[in-house]
Design a protein around this ligand. Structure first.
Ligand code: PGA
Length: 248
């Protein structure tokens, strides 16, 4: 059965000292949580995030190269992430789609490399406000998922975590209502069921992201098809992040 996950996406924030202090605070978390905690720091901090981690939470990256080793200046490959023992890697965040023009094909290549290196992709999808206003949100999310993920085998797709993040709710303080989140999550699970099978659909964790805070996490996570959250702003404060993780 699928697991509950609360993943923190630090984005491009924090100096090395700030990052170390946040990691130390997160290390104080209680063991008896009903979810898996994943911390996704910027690349340079992955090494020490892993080192002080005594086996409790998991560590992830926020991006990966679509290439293998080679002459691609500035790129971080899936092999490198594996050598840092990264467990997860976020791909297709709307900020990367928007500012770095990541296409569905890029994301398919990235997911393939991660899976080959036994790193679980956290695949982000979601519509912009205009899509929702025009009632195109289901269509947009369907094409993002189909184009990037639906050539994978059953065994591969089962390793992928999906994060539904309506772009209009990211960093805006505007959260999707629990009903809006549930509606889309149920839609995504049904897509997977139709392409693969009910049992595959039942195994995939689908996270919600977009202004999740300690005050609203409980009602969102209570939805049947919401298996946790991808947390941006609130993951930069250990107290808030851990409070969210206690919301199951
Ligand atoms: P937010 O970001 O929680 O700050 O809205 C979520 C995300 O971008 O993953």
């Amino acid at each position: 059965m699928r697991k509950n996950i609360v993943a923190g996406n630090w984005k491009s924030n924090l100096t090395v000292n700030q990052a170390k202090s946040l990691i130390l605070d997160i290390n104080k978390y209680e063991d008896n949580l009903d979810c898996e905690i994943v911390v996704c720091p910027p690349f340079p901090y992955i090494g020490f995030s892993r080192r002080v981690n005594d086996g409790g939470y998991k560590v992830g990256a926020q991006n990966v190269s679509k290439f293998d080793f080679g002459a691609y200046t500035g790129e971080i490959t899936a092999e490198m992430l594996k050598s840092f023992a990264a467990d997860y890697c976020i791909i297709g965040h709307s900020e990367r789609r928007k500012y770095f023009n990541e296409s569905d094909k890029d994301l398919k290549d990235k997911a393939e490399r991660l899976l080959r290196n036994e790193i679980q992709p956290i695949f982000c999808c979601g519509e912009v406000l205009e899509d929702r206003e025009r009632q195109k949100h289901f269509e947009v999310v369907k094409s993002q998922i189909e184009n990037a993920l639906f050539e994978f085998s059953e065994n591969q797709i089962k390793q992928i975590v999906i994060a539904y993040e309506p772009v209009w709710a990211i960093g805006t303080g505007k959260t999707a209502s629990p009903e809006q989140a549930e509606e889309m999550h149920a839609f995504i699970r049904n897509l997977i069921k139709e392409k693969y099978s009910q049992s595959v659909a039942d195994e995939i964790s689908i996270l919600y992201g977009g202004s999740v805070k300690p005050e609203n996490a409980k009602e969102i996570f209570a939805m049947e098809n919401v298996d946790g959250g991808l947390i941006g702003g609130a993951s930069l404060k250990a107290d808030a992040f851990l409070e969210i993780a206690k919301s199951f």
